[in-house]
Design a protein around this ligand. Sequence first.
Ligand code: GLN
Length: 470
Amino acid sequence: MIDTLRLTAEDAAGLLERKEVSGEELTRAYMDAIDERDGELHAYLHVVGESGTGVPIAHKDLVTTKGIPTTAGSRILEGYIPVFDSTVAARCKEAGLPILGKTNMDEFAMGSSTENSAYGPSHNPWDPDRVPGGSSGGSAAAVAGGLAPWALGSDTGGSIKQPASLCGLVGLRPTYGTVSRYGIVAFASSLDQIGPITKTVRDCARLYEVIAGRDGCDSTTVDLPEPVQIPTAEDLQGIRIGIPKELNEAEGIEPGVSEQVQKAIALAEGLGAEVGETTLPRSVDYGLACYYLVAPAEASSNLARYDGVRYGHRAAGDGDLTALYERTRWEGFGAEPKRRILIGTYALSAGYYEAYYGQAQKVRTMIAQEHAAAFEQFDLLVSPTSPTVAFRIGEKAENPLAMYLSDLLTIPSNMAGLPGLSIPCGLSEDLPVGLQLIGPQFSENLLFRTGHALERALGFDFVPERLRHA
Ligand code: GLN
């Protein structure tokens, strides 16, 4: 009897290596779990159920998969079946990881709750009345709910770190340029990164090892400066951890979240880390505004390709090409992509480009400089991942600005191209709280080492309480 709720990817690999279970048996266990719980969680948009020699995986539905539907959570890509594999899907395939299915997401990764999916929301395995976060909410719900041992997500402003946090999981947003975006449905190209959502830091490092590295099909990628190290450390001797005041005292951080984060910081000190206060004077104040110019601007350009001719949905027409474009886009895009296309097109229009996009790029440079200054004194920075625990489905759906604040703490380091790891650090109101560790570019090994030592000391149980005795 395989307990998919408890089994880590590493455990699963061990079972396969020792031939205690076959690939078919492993996949069958996940398919049974999907039959049992996906009706409630709606983690998957498409179940494939492949089996093979490696540990099965779920891909966020913006990871292009040859012969397997890829919708990015949008009606406009309904019925699209790619003829090629994205680089990350190809690398997982080469590593022998069969695909369990494609996971639900906010449409084009625009959102923080998966409520913007054209196919209906996913539900948080800790409390199905609540969101799993987003936009990679389906991947997080699948892993936390025992419907996949690990999964890929994408993170533009926080879409891996935040759902990992809300579902009691580990999530890595890698250094920009370490993971190929070839074949990833593009949202904001200067920010999008693919990364793992897992139960443990070691699983996270293992999956990062599979997907990272230079890809000839994506000229923004580079080779890693050093091989990925699967962490074993149990102490934090010699690691200097900075607490940026603004990231830890921002308005809207729930007291219960702060409390758990402070406990984790004290624990880090107990493990030998040197902890001190630091500052990111303007990154938190200006991060969100800067992001909501840069991301929609790039999105408006990326989403221009959905015209009803090349992919997915096509509106019925009478031979007028412009009308075909308009009707297809009107019918195919939901409210959030439309909102972003409007904002982005406006910001990029003649006469406004310098005032908006140009200015935002300057602020972005300033944010990167502030982080670089903090890293002169500290090896890593720490904060809550999300200001709040998982909120109720519907609570923020009508208020885009309230929803945007979910990423207040993840966006600044993303704007600077930096890697961030979220690990669960405790519960507040019986719901998981995430701790965000931010490092300089290419510091993934240090993030894994630190995250692993803390994870062991924290002893957080990633199986959702209400499913423990089921
Ligand atoms: N919530 C943010 C947005 O809606 C970030 C999403 C993401 O990282 N893909 O843009």
